[in-house]
Design a protein around this ligand. Sequence first.
Ligand code: FES
Length: 389
Amino acid sequence: MDRDEELRILDRALAHLHDKRLPLTDADSRVSTDRYQSPDWYRAELDQIFGRLPSMLVHGSELPGPGAFVTMEHFGRPLLVNRDRDGVAHAFLNACRHRGARLEQDPSGVRKHFTCRYHAWRYDTDGSLATIPSAHCFPGVDPAKRGLVALPVVEAYGFVWLMPEAAPGRADLDGFLGSFRHDLADLGLDGFEIYGAESQEWEINWKLVVEGTLEGYHFPFLHTKSANPLFENSTFFFDGFGPHLRSILPKRSINFVERTPREERRLLAVANVIHTIFPNETVLHQSDHFLWITAHPLGPARTLVKLRLIVPRGSVESDGAERWEENRALTYQVQYEDLEIYREIQIGFATGANEEHVLGTQEFALRTFHETVDRHLFGAGPGAQRDGA
Ligand code: FES
C-alpha cells in the first residue's frame, strides 16, 4: 500500500482504539450450519469456486532453482510442480504417458530428468518425452506429442499459481486479484523464503480456518496466554477488494503511536495486516515476515491445513534458525489453539444445537466472506440474508 493509504489506515486504527464500540456494521447476522457439513454444499464449492479460480500452489522459494520439484495432491489430481532447466515454473499431471504410473514419488527434490519406475520412460524438466526404452516397439508413438500433460501456471507475486484452463494467463490472474494485486506486489514476497512448513489434516470444514483469521473477537478468551498479550482488543477492521479482504489487527503498541511524529509512524510497527486471498489463502504480515495459511479442502469436514512462515531470503542462513524458531513456535501455537476449536465446532454441527450461527458486528468480515462464497455458488445476492439474517 502507498504511504497515504498507510496513514489513513493508522488513523482508522486510532479511531477504533479510541472508540472500542466503533461498529464495522450495524447489525448481527446469521449463516446456516449446513454450509459447513453438507456434501451438496461441498460439491458446489469444488465446482463453482475451487474449480474455477487460481490456486497458490507453492511459494517460489519452494522451487529454489532449475530442476527443483514438489509433488502434491490437488483436488484429486496428482501434480508435479517444478522448474525446468531454464528456471521456468511448470505444473504437470504426475502421471506417466505410457500407462499412467505415478511418475515422481518423492515429495520434493531436484532432478535433471523424471524417469518412470515402471518401464523407464524418461521426461525432461520441461515435460517433453526424451526417451522410450525399446522405442521400436512403439512405431505409432510420436514423442513430440507424448509429453507430460501440462496445466497452466503463472509465477507472480512470489507464488506459483495454478490457473483455470479457461483463464490461464497472467492477465487472468491480475483480473482475479484486481486492485488487491498492488498490495501483494508491495509485499515483495519474491525476496523471501519458506521456513518451518507444517501440514496436518483436520476433521473440519475449510471455511472455519478462513473465518478464524477474520476477527479478533476471540483473542482475549481463546488466546489469553499466547497471542492476546500482544494485541489490542476490539480494534480489528477490514476492507474488501473484490472477493479478497485486507484486515488490520492492531497490537498493544497502537496505544503509543500518537507519541510518534506522523511522518515516522509505521503501520507494521503497531498492527498485523492480514491478506485473505479468496477463497482459502491467508498471508498474514507480521512486522518483517509472514505467516501463510492454506486451508485445502479434502471433504465437507476434512481439510489439509498448511502453515508456513515466509522470512527474508537468506536470513535463516545468515542469522541462524533460532531467530525464527521462537516466533514460529508461538505463531503455530496460536493456530493450533484455533484449530482445536474448529474441530469442536465441527463436532457441534452434528449435534443439531445450531441450525444457524450468529455473527456479531465485530465478526462482519465473516459475513462478507460468506457472501462472496454465496455469490460464486448462487450469483449476485446477499447470502447471509438467505440464511435468515
Ligand atoms: Fe511409465 Fe510404463 S507406465 S513407463
